[in-house]
Design a protein around this ligand. Structure first.
Ligand code: HEC
Ligand code: HEC
Length: 292
C-alpha cells in the first residue's frame, strides 16, 4: 500500500512537473557556482582572513576607490546580516538595475554596471547557488557615512548618465565563440571595470573600451588589453593562456594587484571559455594606450 502510494505520488508529481519544467529551465546550482567563480563575487565579498576560515562571502572586504574606501556587504543567506530574506526578484533587481529591495541605488563599486548584461537565466542559476552556501553571521561594516549618503543621493542622476540596464544581445554577424567571449569579458568577468578609463564622474569612458588607465582600483595602473601596439598586439594565444591559468606574464613576472584575483577566476574556467575570451580580445578595436 505504502509502495503504491509512493509510486502514485511520484507519478502525479512527474505528470504535473514535467510540462512546467519544459517551459522555463529550472535553475541549476552547478551552473550558478561556475558563474559565481567567473564573476569574481567571492573575492570582493570575502576578507583574506575569512577566506582562510572558509567564511566565504561574509563581506567586510575594504575596497579602495578614488572616492573612498567601501566595505563589501555580507551576501550569505543569513537572514539578519546577509541576504537570506531576499527573493530571486530582489537579487535580479540588484544585479540588473543596481537597486536594493528598499529601492536604494547601489554604488558602482559593486559592478552591477557590468553584471546588468547577464541573462535572466544566468542570474537565476547564480541565485540558486547563492542560497546553498553556508549562512554566516557577520555584521556589515558601514561605509564612511557622510560621504556615502551624499553619494547615494547623487547616484540617481549618476546612473542616468553613466549606466543603462541592458541584457547582453549576441551579435548575429559574429560566431558563437566570439559572442561567448564578449559575454564573459563584458558581463561576467567585468574586465572593463578596471581596464577601461573613467570620466571625471567615474563612469566608463566611451570609445576607450579596454585601453588601460592610470586610475585603477588601489591606484593601480591597468594596462591596455586591446590589439594595439601599445596593448597586447604581440601576445600569442599561449601568452594569454599562460596569464589566464598561471598568472605569468611573457617576461616571467607574475601579475599582482586586482589581476591576480582575476586569474583565480580565469584559471577555473573551461578551456573553451578562456579561448572565447582570447578570440574576443583580439577582435576588439585597437586603441592607443593612455596610461603613459
Ligand atoms: C569589485 C567588487 C565586487 C564584486 C566583483 C562583486 N561585488 Fe557585490 N557588492 C560590492 C560592494 C562594494 C557592494 C555594496 C554596494 C553599496 O553599498 O552600494 C556590493 C553589494 C552587493 C549586493 C547587495 C547586498 C545588500 O546587502 O544590499 C549583492 C546582492 C551583491 N553585491 C552580490 C554580488 C554578486 C552575486 C557578485 C558576483 C556576480 C558580486 N556581488 C560581485 C562589491 C562587489
Ligand atoms: C580588479 C581589476 C582588474 C580586472 C577586473 C581585470 N584586470 Fe586585467 N589587469 C589588472 C591589472 C592591475 C593588471 C596589471 C597587473 C600587473 O602587471 O601586475 C592587469 C593585467 C592584465 C593583462 C596583461 C597585460 C600586459 O600588458 O601586461 C591582461 C592580458 C589582462 N589584464 C586581461 C584581463 C581580462 C581578460 C580581464 C577580464 C577577464 C581582466 N584583465 C580583468 C586589473 C584587472
Amino acid at each position: 500500500m505504502v509502495q503504491l502510494l509512493t509510486f502514485g505520488t511520484v507519478f502525479v508529481l512527474f505528470f504535473f512537473a514535467s510540462p512546467l519544467q519544459s517551459k522555463a529551465a529550472a535553475p541549476d546550482v552547478g551552473k550558478g557556482e561556475y558563474l559565481l567563480i567567473a564573476a569574481g563575487c567571492i573575492g570582493c565579498h570575502t576578507t583574506k582572513e575569512n577566506f582562510k576560515k572558509g567564511a566565504l562571502m561574509s563581506g567586510g572586504r575594504a575596497l579602495n576607490t578614488p572616492f573612498s574606501i567601501f566595505n563589501s556587504p555580507n551576501i550569505t543567506p543569513d537572514p539578519t546580516h546577509g541576504i537570506g530574506r531576499w527573493t530571486e526578484a530582489n537579487f535580479i533587481e540588484a544585479l540588473r538595475n543596481g537597486k536594493s529591495p528598499k529601492g536604494e541605488h547601489y554604488l558602482p563599486v559593486f559592478p552591477y554596471t557590468s553584471f546588468s548584461q547577464m541573462t535572466n537565466e544566468d542570474m537565476r542559476h547564480l541565485w540558486a547557488y547563492m542560497k546553498t552556501v553556508p549562512a554566516i553571521q557577520t555584521q556589515n561594516k558601514p561605509h564612511e557615512a557622510l560621504l556615502i549618503f551624499r553619494l547615494r543621493f547623487s547616484l540617481g542622476p549618476w546612473k542616468m548618465i553613466n549606466f543603462k540596464a541592458r541584457t547582453f544581445v549576441p551579435q548575429k554577424n559574429k560566431g558563437a565563440q566570439w559572442n561567448r567571449g564578449a559575454y564573459l569579458v563584458n558581463a561576467l568577468s567585468h574586465c572593463g571595470e578596471c581596464h577601461t578609463p573613467r570620466n571625471l564622474m567615474g563612469g566608463l569612458k566611451d570609445g576607450f573600451h579596454l585601453s588601460g588607465t592610470k586610475g585603477g582600483p588601489d591606484s593601480d595602473t591597468v594596462p591596455n588589453i586591446t590589439p594595439h601596439t601599445t596593448g597586447i598586439s604581440d601576445w600569442s594565444d599561449d601568452d594569454l593562456d599562460t596569464l589566464f591559468t598561471l598568472g605569468m606574464l611573457p617576461d616571467g613576472d607574475f601579475v599582482g594587484g586586482g589581476m591576480a584575483e582575476v586569474v583565480e577566476s580565469t584559471d577555473r574556467m573551461t578551456q573553451e571559455d578562456r579561448e572565447a575570451i582570447m578570440i574576443y580580445l583580439k577582435s576588439t578595436p585597437a586603441i592607443a594606450s593612455n596610461t603613459k
